[in-house]
Design a protein around this ligand. Sequence first.
Ligand code: HEM
Length: 325
Amino acid sequence: METRTLILSKTLSCLFCVFYFVASVSATLSFNFYAASCPTAEFLIRNTVTSSSSNDPSIPGKLLRLVFHDCFVEGCDASLMLQGNNTEQTDPGNRSVGGYSVIESAKRVLELFCPGTVSCADIIALAARDAVEIAGGPVIPIPTGRRDGMVSVASNVRPNIVDTSFTMDEMVKIFSAKGLSLLDLVVLSGAHTVGAAHCNTFRDRFQQDSMGKLIDKTIDSSYANELMKQCPSGDMASVTVNIDPETSMVFDNQYYKNLLVHKGLFQSDSVLLNDDSTRKFVEDFANDQELFFESWGQSFMKLTSVGVKTGDEGEIRRICAATNA
Ligand code: HEM
C-alpha cells in the first residue's frame, strides 16, 4: 500500500483509537487535562525547555531519547527518573541518557505554581513534544493525565530497549509488544535526525577484511572513513558524533535522505533501507517532509501513550528523582 494511503487509513483508525483511548484505555488521559488544575502547566514546561535548549543546544536530542527510554520500560511513567541503587538509570543501556535536569527544573517550577498536580511522566512527554517543535519539527497536541510509577528496576531495561545490533524481526517484536507498528518503528527512528551518539555505539561497523575493505556493506565507505577519523581508537567512550551529519540540530526528514545514500549511523538505521518491508516508507519520507511530520504526530502520540498509568494508579511525585513514600 502507498505510504500516504496507509497513513490516511491510520489517521482514520487513529480518530477511532483516540475515541477508544479516551473512552476506555485511559479514562483520564485527555487533552487539556490540566485546564482547571494547572492552566499554565504546558506553558511553564515549554518555557523551561526553551530556555534550557537555548543555553545547551544538545537538550532537544536528550529529551527526545529520554521519552523513548522512559516509555519502553514500565510505560510512560517517569520510572526512568527515579534515582537509587539498581534503578533503570543505572543500567548500561541508559548510561548516556540525559536531560534529567531539565525535567527536574520544570517540576520545581510547577511545584511552585501548582503543587502536587503535574506528573513527572507528563512533563517528560510534553518536554519531548516541545523539543521537537523547538528543533523545527511539527507542533503536536498530546493528551495528558499520566501518573508517576513506583517501580524502577535495572533488570527491566535490557529486555525492553532496542539495541543497535538488533535485526528487523527483533525490533518489530519489541515495538509490537508496546502496541507500535512497523510504520511506527520507521517514523520514530526519524528522531535520529537530531542528537549525537558515542563512538562505541557504532564502532562494530568499522571492521575490515584482510584487504582492508569494510565487512559491513550497508554503510557508505567514505562516510565510514569520515566516522573513523572522528572516532580516535582508544578514546571511543567519550567522543560523540552527530547522528545526522547534515542538519544535526534540525528536526527534518534529512535522516531518511541519509539512509537512502547509505549514511545511516547505526546498523538498526541502515536496516530500515535494506529491509523490503520498510524501504518504501524510508523513500517516501525522504521525498516528502510533510508526510513524515504528519506521521510523526501519530506515532509520537502512540509512543507517549505506551503503558500509561492514570486515575488511581501510581502517584504525582513531589520531585521526579524519588517516589513520595
Ligand atoms: C529503533 C531502535 C533504536 C535504537 C537501536 C536506538 C539507539 C540509539 C543509540 C545507540 C543512540 C546513541 C546513544 C549515545 O551514544 O549516547 C541513540 C541516540 C538517540 N536516539 Fe535512538 N535508538 C532507537 C530508536 C529511537 C527512538 C524511537 C527515539 C525517539 C523517539 C530515539 C531518539 C534518539 C535521540 C534523539 C538520540 C540522540 C540523543 C542525544 O543527543 O543525547 N531513538 N539511539
